[in-house]
Design a binder for this molecule. Structure first.
Ligand code: HSE
Length: 306
């Protein structure tokens, strides 16, 4: 019997308005995975919190599959990937709400595999971003879960396909995200299916300027966040997928509070500069009782072992 590995990984909010598939933020809502090798070759998964009773608890569970993928990648002997595993997933990140639950599962599972294989010190965050992007598909979702803070992610052309890369930015200490989380879920595939294949040049220019401005606003000048979180490339095109979320974003922005749809929705992320209480109160008032509204600090660090 080996020692237990415990890994924690933050939620993420991708896009942040103009930074479609590139900008992201780590949020202090944390999933925890306990893992250990057990005799035999079976995998057992206990799920508590978010997803309990709905996500798979056998070898088809996403965390279980990615732990095995990670073991196959990290253990040259090939022996560890076939060993029995006992996993316990304590989930706080809501599923299907645009808050990076699948990125947290994948990044957490890869970190678990690196620790179980005893190579965590040798696996760089760049390798984790690349591997997690290959499995998750969106570098903007996985990069903040690996690096913490805010991240700029992109795909580089590699020999066998695109490689996820990312850099981290420290977020200005006055900035606090405020989330509005609805009850209903939204499938990322549906939101991606709503995107057009072509965009107007003027809209691309609009977003390039704001995405660049957002990097500056988040790091150094939060007063610019309202202007810097505007988008014309994906949110309006997805209106039919998340009409209530987009309506809320518009109402919040009309109240001069920076806001965007979180990831592929349907949660909304707003930004408080200074005391978050007035933003929480205004967002709750505009959202109504069907939404859970709360301030959630930026998570300064990405995935870590306890
Ligand atoms: N950037 C992605 C999207 C994040 O909005 O589709 C979802 O995983």
């Amino acid at each position: 019997m080996t020692a237990e590995v415990v890994v924690e990984v933050p939620a993420t909010s991708a896009n942040l308005g103009p930074g479609f598939d590139s900008l992201g933020l780590a949020l202090a809502v944390v999933d925890r995975v306990h893992a250990r090798f057990v005799p035999g070759s079976a995998v057992t998964v206990e799920v508590v919190g978010q997803g309990a009773g709905t996500v798979a608890t056998d070898a088809s569970n996403l965390v279980a599959r990615v732990v095995r993928t990670g073991l196959a990648a990290f253990d040259e002997s090939g022996e560890l990937a076939g060993r029995g595993l006992a996993l316990r997933c304590e989930n706080a990140v809501p599923h299907g709400r645009g808050l990076g639950s699948s990125a947290a599962a994948i990044v957490g599972a890869l970190a678990v595999a690196a620790h179980l294989a005893d190579v965590a010190d040798a696996v760089s965050s760049a390798e984790l971003v690349a591997l997690a992007t290959r499995l998750e598909g969106h570098p903007d979702n996985v990069a903040p879960a690996v690096l913490g803070g805010a991240t700029v992610a992109w795909l580089e052309t590699g020999e066998v396909g695109p490689v996820g890369r990312a850099v981290r930015l420290a977020v200005h200490p006055d900035v606090t995200p405020v989330l509005a989380i609805p009850e209903q879920e939204c499938a990322t595939e549906r939101a991606r299916g709503a995107l057009p294949t072509r965009v107007a040049h003027a809209d691309a220019v609009f977003n390039v300027a704001r995405a660049a401005l957002l990097v500056h606003a988040l790091a150094s000048d939060p007063a610019l966040l309202l202007e810097a979180t505007d988008d014309r490339l994906h949110q309006p095109q997805r209106r039919s997928v998340y009409p209530a979320a987009l309506g809320l974003v518009e109402a919040v922005r009309d109240a001069r509070i920076p806001a965007a749809v979180s990831g592929a929705g349907p949660s909304v992320i707003a930004f408080a500069v200074g005391d978050p209480a007035p933003v929480v109160a205004r967002l709750a008032e505009l959202a109504g009782p069907a939404w859970q509204v709360r301030a959630v600090p930026v998570a300064a660090r990405g995935v870590w072992a306890r």
